[in-house]
Design a protein around this ligand. Structure first.
Ligand code: FES
Ligand code: FE
Length: 470
């Protein structure tokens, strides 16, 4: 008898390897063929390992300093599954503290944001200063006799915290490269996005947050530069006349791959729209205020001709900037930084910060904020399209049938596309640059770093683009 639905046999595994190791071996083997097993996008073992091997071992964005400008300001954030409190203490320092009481673990901070000099645990009342020091224990004389040593019993602190031009990152491991080295070309790109004016940018409000039944990696790889989805998934924005030209977006796509998995993609707007459409299409009154003297030659070329539209700093901070007209209103350019907070296998919480320039007055800032929400917000045109598609990926990843079939996703565009997606030989900036949106190289730049991190090989990586598809 012939079994037509017989599942493919699994590769042999060592008697000492775990199911996760076996899966990662399979991922590595498949990636050599530009394929990726579907199940990594919704898998209990993978998720647990991501939390332990990636999110406790690398730099993760926690806040922008404009969210905590004054002494005592704080915001509650997450690094992977762990709640942290990001505080501005009385000396102006930024602290990233674990939100677990040292007595029994209850969250000492129960609100999203505020201003305080200390946090009192709601369970038994242990109290911590906003720099994390234990400063009080109720009924201390009777309960403990001696004061508890704050060196032993203060809130745990992230071993590394760095504020890079307003963007605060923390690492739960001390064994990581300096942030600047880790970001590499990603920092170079961040500068040409946020440092166009000496006064910099600020958040336009607290992050909007919503749950998506999709895997955090699906969102991160999409924002790494999946230009190919625009003409299909987002065709509605062309239909309602809000954005023309999405059909040709891969043709004018430009991609940027950097070391450590940081990846961006943009569009050659001066080619597609008109030669004066530089700097993302910012109106002239903005351009007049910008000071580009701090940018190098390659950065100038990028902002003038093919600025990044989207990008992902590994692991889970992404960015988008595009012109986003409010119907009937003046032109606007929206900027969003967003974080894909892992919640559970196949489930993420999307945190969306709209950013505006510090030189903007309230009215102009509100206009850009509203235009951003039209595109990217919980009810935004693009956001709704994307999140529905991403949920389908997670469904496929958890499918018992597809597990049996060992379903693999196809990233093979670069193998068969007639479009030249080899690295631009004339590129003088960091990393690898390609003059097309075809090829799916950017997603693989992100996923290769993911695999390295899951293997424990990514912690002290010096700059390299070795793994990048040629
Ligand atoms: Fe915080 Fe007891 S758990 S004081
Ligand atoms: Fe999209």
């Amino acid at each position: 008898m012939t079994l037509t639905n017989e599942p493919p046999s699994s590769p042999p595994s060592s008697p000492f390897s775990t199911p996760l190791d076996t899966l990662l071996d399979r991922v590595e083997k498949d990636m050599a063929e530009d394929l990726v097993p579907a199940e990594i996008f919704n898998n209990e073992d993978v998720f647990r390992a991501e939390m332990e091997r990636i999110f406790t071992n690398t730099w993760v964005f926690v806040a922008h300093e404009s969210e905590i400008p004054e002494a005592g300001d704080f915001v509650q954030r997450r690094i992977g599954l762990d709640p942290v409190i990001v505080t501005r203490d009385g000396k102006g320092g930024v602290n990233v503290l674990s939100n677990y009481c040292r007595h029994r673990g209850t969250q000492v901070c129960q609100t999203d944001a505020g201003n305080t000099r200390f946090f009192t645990c709601p369970y038994h009342g242990w109290t911590y200063a906003n720099d994390g020091r234990l400063i009080g224990t109720p009924l201390r004389q009777r309960a403990y006799g001696e004061p508890l040593d704050p060196d032993l019993w203060s809130l745990k602190r992230a071993p590394k915290v760095e504020n890079r031009k307003g963007f605060v990152f923390a690492s739960l491991s001390a064994d990581v490269p300096d942030l600047e080295e880790w970001l590499g070309g990603g920092g170079w790109m961040l500068d040409l996005i946020t440092q166009l004016h000496p006064d910099g940018m600020r958040v336009a409000g607290p992050p909007e947050r919503y749950v998506v039944n999709g895997d955090w990696k699906t969102a991160a790889e999409n924002f790494a530069g999946d230009i190919y989805h625009l003409p299909t998934l987002h065709f509605s924005v062309q239909e309602v006349d809000m954005l023309q030209g999405v059909q040709g977006s891969c043709e004018i796509g430009r991609t940027y791959e950097f070391e450590n998995g940081h990846t961006f993609a943009g569009h050659a707007w001066t080619k597609a729209v008109h030669p004066g459409f530089t700097l993302w299409g910012y109106p002239d009154e903005y351009k007049e205020k910008f000071d580009l003297s701090g940018l190098d030659e390659a950065q100038r070329f990028v902002v003038d001709h093919q600025p990044p539209t989207v990008g992902t700093l590994f692991p889970n901070l992404s960015y988008i900037r595009m012109f986003s007209p409010v119907p009937g209103g003046p032109p606007a350019v929206m900027t969003s930084f967003r974080q894909w907070q892992p919640v559970a296998p196949g489930k993420l919480e999307l945190w969306n910060w709209q950013f505006v320039w510090n030189f903007q007055d309230e009215e102009s800032a509100r206009h850009d904020y509203v235009s951003g929400q039209y595109y990217f917000g919980s009810a935004g045109l693009f956001e709704q399209d994307d999140t529905v598609a991403w949920e389908g990926v997670a469904r496929a990843g958890a499918s018992p049938w597809m597990r049996k079939e060992e379903l693999k996703f196809n990233y093979q565009q670069s193998r068969t596309s007639p479009v030249d997606s080899t690295p631009d030989p004339d590129w003088t900036g960091p990393g690898v640059h390609r003059n097309t949106g075809y090829g799916e190289h950017v997603q693989f730049n992100f996923l290769r770093q993911w695999l390295k991190a899951m293997r424990g090989e990514a912690r002290t990586d010096a700059a390299t683009t070795e793994g990048t598809q040629a």
